[in-house]
Design a protein. Sequence first.
Length: 176
Amino acid sequence: MPRPEHFKVWTWVSWSGNRHSIFNSKVGAQYQPPEHKGDMPRIVEGGQLYTGSCHCGAVTVALSCRPLKESSVEGVVVCNCHICQRNAYVWLFPKAENMVLSGSKADIGRYAFSEGLTSKSFCRTCGVGMTFLMNQPVEDRDLAASESSCRAYREVNTSHPVNARVLHGVDVRKPR
Ligand SMILES: [Zn+2]
């Protein structure tokens, strides 16, 4: 993943935070992460398959990428833009063919961003933010968008970024 030109507005995730629970007792039944039953992505050679989901399971993902302990050096980012900060996204940037977002059209919400060039996908039922979608650029709209939006689009338009927080078994503070 090449570093975007506007990299200065992003910061790397710090893996050094201590973890502690604010609850001392169990709350409700143990949560079972919903299974991914959709298509599988194109497999990265020597890679690992990760699956993930929103909370309710209406939307799931499957990702093939190098084991995350390796890929952490090449592109796990926290973006400090207005929406990413609010949703605490932690992004991985796989190529689009190595990532599958699965769910019905009715289940997958799209919040258009960057003047319509991109969208954040989310589950319409439980609200969990899932991925970062590239919208098909319409030439006129592309030209009408600001230079920063167009640049951001061009930098990531062959990828399908996924919110690492939705991946099962992945501790975003310390990929392994
Ligand atoms: Zn959901």
